[in-house]
Write a protein that binds this ligand. Sequence first.
Ligand SMILES: NC(=O)c1ccc[n+]([C@@H]2O[C@H](COP(=O)([O-])OP(=O)(O)OC[C@H]3O[C@@H](n4cnc5c(N)ncnc54)[C@H](O)[C@@H]3O)[C@@H](O)[C@H]2O)c1
Length: 338
Amino acid sequence: MADRVTIALVGCGNIARAHWRGIRYHAPRIRVTAAVDANVARAEAMAERTGAKAYASLADALAEGDFDAVDLMLPHDLHEQAAVQCFAAGKHVVLEKPMAQDLPSCERILKAAEQAGTVFMVAEQAQYWPDVRKARELIDGGEIGTVVTARACFYDPLDVDPAAPQPWRFQLARAGGGIAIDGGAHWIRPLRMMLGEIDAAIAATGGHIAGMEGESWAQALFRFQSGVVASFNALLHASPVGNTEDFRITGSQGELVIEHGREGRLLLFNAANPTGKTIMHTFPGKVDSYGTELHDFSQAVLEGTALAASPAFSLGELRTALAMYRSVESGRWEKVWS
Ligand SMILES: NC(=O)c1ccc[n+]([C@@H]2O[C@H](COP(=O)([O-])OP(=O)(O)OC[C@H]3O[C@@H](n4cnc5c(N)ncnc54)[C@H](O)[C@@H]3O)[C@@H](O)[C@H]2O)c1
């Protein structure tokens, strides 16, 4: 049994920096041996940081590189082609969310993974957020009674230079949608972790960011299989906004609040704690979650352990976003899983 899994970082942009930090500090069984980016300067910069070899294309890296696994961090329209190529080469694959832009594409990826028989993970770091896991424990422990309703609020600062050319995530053909299919996933997964599976969604969306073809805001109600209805408010903001909590889960006997930001806390309100008890601080767990996620992947490769969330489970966020988009067209509740 190998001691470490060798990996190629493919796509050395924004999220690659968080993955590299995670590997460095929290995934000791991963060694980066290749850094791949069509932008050669980015590949070289990542290669220098990690001690890996730089490649300008995935094909070159697969032909010449020395690695067992790939970490795919590419624009959404490239996910299927890159994943299928890597499975065909017998690699283990960790693929940034969403698995792909639509379900037929996801099915082809899942089939390629099955044929390869290697480990396949869809990266969703929220699966490893300690505050969300703890909130689920408190709900299961009856601390807030029976869940009545909930609210998720995803306010994401716009991180784009307005003078730069249109980024890929602003292009519908490349991103597959806007905030719901993209960053919204990180708030939909925790809702599923805390409240169970989403049955149906009804939504309204719109755009207020110049040059962005997909929706820059989305308001939705999610009805869970339990019957609980939660609201989901997502907004990409280019101007200052006020404070809001990330999650609020209201029960018959209390409430859980997950505050926003680096100073955020998980708070429990109930009869024993009427003014709110700090259960935990949400950082550094949230920042470290990229490393925890990649460590989970390395353990699955090296030890055959089960991933915290399967690729099939990861379809839930994409399916929810797609149900929201159908609902915008139909004006009705749309089922998530059928
Ligand atoms: N989990 C999270 O919190 C999170 C945050 C941001 C992005 N993401 C996901 O990560 C993925 C990448 O997003 P990003 O924000 O890092 O994008 P990005 O644009 O910052 O980086 C993508 C990189 O891929 C490179 N690239 C493009 N085409 C290529 C090709 N054919 N071959 C090799 N390299 C190529 C680009 O040059 C760029 O450096 C997406 O799936 C996105 O949804 C996840």
